[in-house]
Design a protein around this ligand. Structure first.
Ligand SMILES: Cc1cc2nc3c(=O)[nH]c(=O)nc-3n(C[C@H](O)[C@H](O)[C@H](O)COP(=O)(O)O)c2cc1C
Ligand code: SF4
Length: 568
């Protein structure tokens, strides 16, 4: 880095830090800026950032090295990140990988000698219905074929030789593929704009929470915690300021419905956040957007600006005196675990995304140790629908314990992958009929952390009282190797474990090794028993949901597909 560049960089760093009054919360935005512009974070920069934020360079390094989009080593002008998760594997990522290596002249994990290109594997980019998928800086490419790869690489070579490759690559508008609409009509498209918020603003706060609770809305992020109860806890806290966070981290392999909601229904999500803010008394909302969806940021910020101009954000919202609330987009930096709500909060505060001990729960002590609600994108989008159409309407859909509709992200071996809205309680067999996946031998429900359901259980229902799910459904065709599925998922967890606790940090690696032995036919029955014992230990002794669920798919594959497993 030349001196002139460094002076400019220091100016930029100061400007970003000033936006948060030089607080630690500006660390990740600063590191993102440095990495995007200069492609490396060298020790001199770390020292400068540490001095500005009143911390130690070791802290800065610890944060940078935690996130896959920030790691400090020098990378190329263009970083090609090919998705390696299971849906992209089914779609043929291996052949695409070979072509990329040939065309770019580098292996995975390497940067070309001229500093032009880096090639990396990436974990799920939320394009599972259109794999194989790849990000180049912030531009997304889907349904890759060798021919497409040749054309894309040629395009980047041309950009470099035209001089357009210098400096930070400007984020593009969301690609057409990222805008892909749902496969069936979504209720979201039938709700009159602003109707839910208007009704909420005419109600006492407590009645808003009662409506959400009476509708029995459960969180759509996977755990299914009742939203009304969560909001009630936060509302009851006396300390302020309070915060409401939209969890747009969507890193669970096979999940992409939140990407569609953010692309098509961002207003509804922000309306849900505003209603939530009114109900709990929050003054700031943060949308934690995963780095892989960086191309959605300009769109979301545009919606925020428009809502401010319309008096739907800012001061005295909707003419209600004293109701002041704003929304900001905060970028993730590439870490699946940051979808876990306390890790998300750590990340927002400028730390490594390491889950916290609970209690205290975020509703009591969350962002900046103040009461905070974290809700999934879809959960928030349902709130204005409930306010607009009523509790009885919502409860009339789904089952007793799983009310309403649910968005499903369907990928894998089926004719019509994509986002679907179905009522809770639908059987897997019905879902497979709708998506053209009748020949499946299994479905992976709930992403990598979910379970693998065999054909004999296809009459089971997708609902919290039977098979709970955040909405990811990967259809697995009759000829697929189930151990290859388990391998792909465990590999993902080895990569994504935050490493904070031993059962998860070591357990996932040990399970992966065991799985490789199973695939090679060198695993003994006794060792297989040990692996099952280890998986159980991980489920009970890990600190957060990642380690508690990472062995679930492995265990269900062992249970249901024993005939594909050779022990000696
Ligand atoms: C490893 C891990 C990753 C998670 N990723 C997400 C995510 O990407 N999006 C999400 O909404 N919830 C995710 N969750 C669940 C959140 O911790 C939290 O329960 C959720 O955001 C709450 O919102 P809800 O009640 O509206 O579902 C994840 C949990 C774990 C353990
Ligand atoms: S379970 Fe895994 S991801 Fe969760 S805190 Fe422990 S090491 Fe980190």
């Amino acid at each position: 880095m030349v001196t002139g560049d460094r002076d400019k960089l220091h100016e930029e760093i100061r400007a970003i830090a000033a936006r948060t009054n030089f607080s630690r919360a500006s660390l990740i935005p600063i590191l993102r800026e440095v990495k995007e512009t200069y492609r490396e974070i060298d020790s001199e920069t770390m020292q400068f950032v540490a001095d500005i934020l009143g911390t130690h360079p070791v802290e800065v390094d610890a944060v940078a090295s935690f996130y896959s989009f920030l790691h400090p080593e020098a990378e190329g002008q263009y970083i090609f990140r090919l998705c390696r998760t299971y849906s992209c594997e089914l779609a043929g990522k291996e052949q695409v990988a070979e072509e990329l290596e040939k065309d770019l002249g580098v292996k995975f994990g390497e940067t070309s000698a001229d500093g032009a290109f880096s090639l990396e594997w990436a974990n799920c980019m939320g394009m599972c219905d259109q794999g194989p998928a790849m990000l180049v800086n912030e531009e997304i490419y889907t349904q890759l074929t060798p021919d497409k790869v040749h054309a894309i690489v040629a395009d980047y070579r041309a950009r470099l030789s035209n001089g357009k490759g210098n400096g930070k690559a400007a984020p593009t508008a969301p690609a057409e593929s990222a805008r892909m609409t749902a496969r069936n009509e979504l209720t979201f498209s039938t709700i009159p704009a602003g109707d839910g918020l208007k009704k909420a603003l005419a109600m006492p706060r407590v009645d808003i929470i009662d409506m959400v609770r009476d509708a029995k809305l459960k969180g759509r992020g996977g755990a299914g915690f009742p939203t009304g109860i969560k909001w009630n806890f936060a509302a009851a806290e006396k300390r302020g300021p309070k915060y409401i966070m939209c969890n747009a981290d969507e890193g669970e392999p096979g999940t992409f419905k939140d990407r569609l909601i953010l692309s098509e229904y961002a207003d509804l999500v922000m309306e849900g956040m505003t209603i939530g803010a009114r109900a709990i008394g929050a003054s700031l909302g943060l949308i934690y957007l995963r780095a892989e969806y960086g191309y959605l940021r300009p769109h979301l910020e545009g919606v925020i600006r428009r809502r401010k101009l319309a008096g739907l954000l800012g001061y005295d919202i909707g003419g209600v005196e004293g109701f002041n609330f704003n929304i900001m987009v905060a970028m993730g930096a590439g870490a699946y675990v940051c979808g876990e709500e306390t890790a998300l909060i750590e990340s927002l505060e400028g730390f490594r995304g390491e889950p916290r001990n609970r209690p205290p729960f975020p509703v009591v002590s969350g962002f900046l140790h103040r009461p905070s609600v974290v809700n999934n994108v879809e959960t928030l989008a349902w709130v204005p629908c409930i306010l607009s159409k009523g509790v009885d309407w919502f409860k009339s859909i789904g089952t007793d314990n799983s009310t309403g509709h649910k968005l499903f992200s369907v990928s894998g071996d089926c004719e019509r992958p994509g986002v679907y809205e179905f009522p809770f309680g639908l059987t897997i067999a019905e879902l497979l009929r709708q998506v053209g996946g009748e020949g499946a031998k299994a479905v992976q429900i709930g992403g990598a952390s979910g379970r693998c359901v065999p054909e004999k259980d296809f009459e089971r229902r997708l609902a919290f009282e039977d098979i709970p799910t955040g909405g990811s459904v990967i259809v697995i065709g009759p000829d697929r190797d189930m151990l290859a599925l388990a391998h792909n998922l465990l590999d993902f967890f080895v990569d994504e474990s935050c490493g904070q606790c031993t059962p998860c940090r070591l357990g996932n690696s040990k399970l992966l090794e065991g799985l490789e032995m199973l695939r090679e036919g060198t695993c003994t029955p006794e060792y297989l028993q040990d692996l099952k014992g280890l998986a159980n230990t991980m489920q009970v002794a890990s600190k957060c949901g990642l380690g508690q669920t990472s062995s679930v798919a492995f265990m269900s594959i062992l249970e249901h597909f024993g005939d594909e497993i050779n022990v000696r």
